[in-house]
Design a protein around this ligand. Structure first.
Ligand code: HEM
Length: 297
């Protein structure tokens, strides 16, 4: 997968992005912007036209950041969406017209995945969903991980446990849907193919039948292995998230880089999550104080 390869090949660029967070940054926006900046070449190429780059940058600022949609009128959002769709459709058509041996970025993948009857507007939506997943969901996961470490953890914890526990306590994709393929019993309910079943990972992850101290952030609970049946932050089954590996890998790397180099100081005016289609952390200011190096280094 393109993003997986990119993550592997460009991991050495992450420390420079992390260094720019010091001495202070405002979250969760800082996380969304950092993740987007890292993955931008994988999404739209390393030399996009000025129009394409500005447009996709604006999508992140106006639609991906927590609360951004509420800052524009419905009419402005509608006009912006129409312009974004028009520009992405033109880009997709241009890329399809160019023969390419190997896709260079996600737009290429989407453009060449089209069959004769696929509308470019639908392909543009697919690209935007991926942009939201990368810059939005991964950025929020990074934000939750640092917020929770900064507000609750006194002992250093393994980055992989931190990220898993953040996904359990505050699953960014807090609900997802299923259409039953046949009529069957679900607890006391009969569900039919005409129903839509909503699975709420937030509730599953806090069920005391499956988790001890479910409301506590306890990264150490993951020390004994990964086999947790009631852990579904990336969905379940044949339609589970295809980006789960990339999302956790890059977040673990970033959490490791930040927590090993800096002491975190989180100041949050409220502890309320920002709830929309995604579950974003509260606004917080993050101050990073570098650990002093031992004498002589
Ligand atoms: C923290 C980050 C992410 C979270 C929490 C997340 C969560 C989810 C969830 C809950 C689903 C629905 C699964 C289901 O219905 O069983 C999903 C689907 C999907 N995700 Fe993610 N995702 C994340 C990042 C990504 C990334 C980086 C990509 C890469 C572009 C991605 C691509 C997809 C795709 C393509 C699907 C649809 C899979 C299908 O229908 O077959 N996601 N994701």
């Amino acid at each position: 997968m393109l993003l997986r390869r990119y993550t592997h090949d460009h991991a050495d660029e992450l420390p420079a992005l992390v260094a720019r967070l010091a001495p202070g940054s405002v979250w969760p926006d800082a996380g969304n912007r950092l993740v987007y900046e890292h993955f931008r070449p994988a999404l739209i190429g390393d030399a996009p036209s000025a129009t394409l780059r500005e447009t996709v940058d604006q999508v992140v600022e106006r639609a991906v950041l927590a609360g951004a949609r509420g800052r524009c009128s419905r009419l402005a959002r509608h006009r912006f969406r129409a312009r974004v769709t028009r520009i992405l459709c033109a880009e997709l058509a241009a890329r399809r017209a160019r023969p390419s041996a190997k896709p260079a970025d996600l737009l290429d993948v989407v453009a060449h995945a089209a069959t004769g009857r696929t509308r470019d507007a639908d392909l543009a939506e697919v690209f935007l969903s991926c942009l939201f997943a990368v810059a939005g969901s991964v950025g929020f996961l990074l934000g939750w991980s640092l917020y929770l470490v900064g507000t609750t953890v006194s002992e250093p914890a393994h980055p992989a446990w931190v990220v898993r526990e953040a996904l359990r306590l505050w699953p960014v994709a807090w609900q997802f849907g299923r259409t039953p393929s046949r009529e069957h019993q679900l607890a006391a309910l009969t569900v039919k193919p005409t129903d839509e079943v909503v699975v709420c990972s937030y509730l599953v992850h806090r069920d005391p039948a499956h988790w001890s101290e479910p409301d506590e952030f306890l990264p150490g609970r993951w020390a004994s292995g990964t086999g947790q049946e009631a852990f579904i932050p990336f969905g379940w089954g044949p339609h589970a998230c295809t980006g789960a590996g990339v999302a956790t890998q890059v977040t673990e790397t970033l959490v490791g880089l930040i927590t090993s180099a800096y002491r975190l100081d989180v100041a949050a005016p409220s502890s309320q999550p920002q709830v929309s289609a995604a579950l974003a952390p509260p606004w917080f200011h993050l101050r990073l104080d570098p650990f002093s190096l031992p004498e002589g280094r």
